[in-house]
Design a protein around this ligand. Structure first.
Ligand code: SF4
Length: 256
């Protein structure tokens, strides 16, 4: 049985994307190999965290520490303890969940067997891992990185984009409800939105969420709404049929 490292398990509302406002149990897998300049979960980028913070009661924001690594059975037990009647789904998030390989598959499978809806939040860094987890995924929220995010060195960005597109193709082929999220900065240019959206349009009718960046880490300013509207219009011109502009809502109301 695969064991894995988890950073947090808690109940909150989904703060991003098309399911904003839905209550979820979040499983925050530890570890991320990207390096976004706006990262707001830096403490969970380390892959071998000594302990997982598990919320003691749903949405209490009070946590106890449980030793890592954990089995998927332990994770599921904590998830069940944090369920409420209005909880919509289980967010498999990070860090970057795809990096945890078989452990992610075991957790996702266990959640599906327990009749929970699984919501995978990923940057699509590994199509090989995505291929293994996709059949246990109900909803995929795939975060497409732009060169100015500096998630990877600029020269590696085209390779990252291809991997992300491969993950999106796998999810769409499997019939998973899929949408893409793109964080936009003041420096984001229409040209890069056109490049990304034209590639998405070729895969299928995939909704795109334009998320104005929330200042964190190296980012100090937000794009103007005039700029954000311009980028949304650019996405539409590139062929995207469904576009939403949604900021990070959980930050506005001060929940994790
Ligand atoms: S992918 Fe997410 S966790 Fe990883 S560096 Fe970027 S924002 Fe942080």
């Amino acid at each position: 049985m695969a064991k894995g490292y988890v950073g947090q398990i808690f109940n909150s509302i989904q703060g991003e994307g098309l399911y904003v406002g839905r209550r979820q149990v979040f499983i925050r897998f530890a570890g991320c190999n990207l390096d976004c300049i706006y990262c707001d979960t830096e403490e969970f980028r380390k892959s071998r965290l000594g302990a997982c913070e598990v919320e003691t009661k749903p949405s209490s924001t009070e946590f106890k520490r449980i030793g890592n690594p954990m089995t998927h059975r332990e994770v599921l037990r904590h998830v069940k303890n944090l369920m409420t009647p209005d909880t919509h789904s289980i967010s498999l998030t990070g860090g970057e969940p795809l990096l945890t390989g078989n452990f992610l598959v075991d957790v996702a499978r266990a959640c599906r067997r327990a009749s929970f809806t699984t919501y995978l939040e990923t940057s699509g860094v590994s199509s090989e891992a995505m291929a293994r987890v996709v059949k246990y995924t109900n909803i995929a929220a795939i975060d497409v990185k732009l060169p100015e995010h500096r998630a990877v060195p600029r020269s590696s960005w085209p390779r990252l984009l291809e991997e992300e597109l491969a993950c999106i193709r796998l999810a769409v082929k499997q019939g998973v409800e899929t949408f893409v999220k793109v964080v936009v900065l003041p420096s984001t240019q229409p040209k890069i939105i056109t490049t990304v959206c034209k590639r998405l349009e070729r895969i299928g009718k995939i909704p795109v969420v334009i998320q104005p960046v929330t200042p964190a880490r190296e980012v100090r300013s937000v794009p103007s709404m005039t700029h954000v509207y311009r980028l949304a219009q650019t996405a539409a011109r590139a062929g995207v049929k469904e576009i939403a502009i949604i900021p990070q809502v959980h930050k506005l109301i001060g929940v994790p």
